[in-house]
Design a protein. Structure first.
Length: 221
């Protein structure tokens, strides 16, 4: 949808856009939930009604309302930090959907994930497919979701990439080196018009952020 800006705020409803994937209409819905302005995303095949929920972060009633009327085929948790899975068990029980999390982050979570999101793995949801991209640094098992639509790529980055830089590595030099490697060697190999949907706050594109990679490297965060 042409008026989609990617800006949402807790208590203000959802932002929606439609993209086409191999001729199939897919709706992307973004909603902010909880006190840490976490973004939850719902990707739905509008033909079959099957959907992928990314980060059941908080406010279970709001997320239950979000998934009402669709069949949740899977729930992906971008990483193991507590603010990204507070509503997970409620959503899993309500939908019966399997939960995916990246390798290395399961021990950070109280809900037990059903499946591991391995790098390069693919998940079929209705008529569209997404790819798992393992991007360690913010956490050992951070995993982004890539949707290759007909217009452009759509990248759901959790806390790996935001407008203005990588996710927090908490002063750990090794973790910062890992996250910068994840950005340079994985995410920024994608085209500049790739739309970035982060785990908190507003969206961006890889083209808007690419010129600042060396700046981030030099500042060390």
């Amino acid at each position: 949808m042409s008026d989609y800006s990617g800006h949402v705020a807790a208590g203000t409803g959802a932002a929606r856009r439609r993209v086409t994937v191999g001729g199939i209409d897919v709706e992307i819905v973004k909603r902010s939930v909880g006190p840490m302005d976490n973004n939850a995303y719902l990707l739905t095949d509008l033909n079959s009604g099957e959907a992928l929920l990314i980060d059941a972060a908080n406010d279970a009633p709001a997320l239950l309302d979000l998934v009402d009327g669709v069949t949740v085929a899977a729930i992906h948790t971008t990483h193991g930090h507590f603010d990204h899975w507070q509503a997970l068990e409620v959503l899993r029980q309500a939908t019966g959907a399997p939960v995916y999390v990246g390798p290395g982050d399961q021990e950070m979570m109280e809900p037990v994930a059903d499946r591991t999101a391995e790098h390069g793995g693919r998940l079929q949801v209705g008529g569209f497919e997404v790819e798992f991209l393992h991007t360690p640094g913010h956490t050992p098992g951070s995993v982004c979701i890539l949707l290759r639509a007909d217009d452009r790529h759509h990248l759901f980055t959790g806390d790996t990439l935001f407008p203005g830089g990588p996710g927090n590595t908490f002063g750990n030099a090794e973790a910062f080196a890992r996250i910068m490697g994840s950005l340079r060697e994985c995410l920024f190999t994608l085209p500049d018009d790739t739309w970035v949907y982060p785990g908190h706050g507003d969206d961006t594109t890889l083209g808007a952020e690419r010129p600042h990679l060396d700046e981030w490297q030099e500042r060390g965060w």
